[in-house]
Design a protein around this ligand. Structure first.
Ligand code: GSH
Length: 205
């Protein structure tokens, strides 16, 4: 591929995996060339670079990274300010478990809904995801961010799913009020606004 002056992120304009990567970039104020890519029409150079042909893919000179988790971990280490993971090993491990669960459960159910919104699997995932989010509401009562006074990779991962709730056809019950408050706070951050593509901006009224 042609040499690029800055880092390049190949990003899907409506997908939560790409969105969390763009959000981490915005939180850290990293200058990067974001290339919006149609999932069904990946550019030739991306097909050569990433054996999984997946988005997002980050290219930083000779380094090619894929899988959004690998990318956000790299960005947090390569650009340490502001840090997006806690320092002490026990809290770090707790945050990693939270990331694992959000990816394995929330992102997987979001993918089911996106894949076939009118299918049976989507109906099941819509219900289970809505219940899982409502059940987590207590977690957001005590602190402004996920178990923390500071924004972290967990918040960057949760926010793209919450932003898509209306798109997914999920309505939260009244007991989920703390999470609605959390959503409003996250969505009004200038960094969050900066992370959105035009297509994502139109996902919520
Ligand atoms: N675990 C991956 C999932 C990424 C993913 O599924 N990306 C989709 C776009 S939303 C993709 O690249 N699909 C293209 C394909 O499978 O050919 C990550 O976190 O990056």
């Amino acid at each position: 591929m042609a040499r690029r002056a800055v880092m390049t992120l190949f990003s899907a304009p409506t997908a939560p995996w790409s969105h969390r990567t763009r959000l981490v970039l915005a939180e850290k104020g990293i200058a990067i060339d974001v290339v919006n890519v149609d999932v069904g029409k990946l550019p030739e150079d991306l097909l050569d670079l990433n054996p999984y042909h997946s988005l997002p893919t980050l290219v930083d000179r000779d380094l090619v990274l894929y899988d959004s988790r690998v990318i956000i971990d790299y960005l947090d280490e390569r650009f340490p300010h502001p840090p997006l993971m806690p320092i002490d090993p026990v809290t770090r491990a707790q945050f990693r478990v939270a990331l694992y669960r959000v990816e394995r459960d929330w992102y997987a159910m979001a993918a089911d809904i996106e894949a076939d919104p009118h299918g049976k699997t989507a109906a099941h995932s819509r219900r289970v995801l809505g219940e899982a989010i409502a059940a987590s509401a207590e977690v957001f009562k005590a602190k402004p961010f996920f178990l923390s006074d500071d924004f972290s990779l967990v918040d960057a991962s949760i926010a793209p799913i919450l932003w898509r709730l209306a798109r997914f056809g999920i309505v939260l019950p009244p007991q989920a009020q703390p999470i609605v408050k959390y959503m409003n706070a996250i969505f009004s951050r200038p960094t969050f606004r900066a992370s959105l593509t035009d297509a994502e901006r139109s996902m919520r009224p």
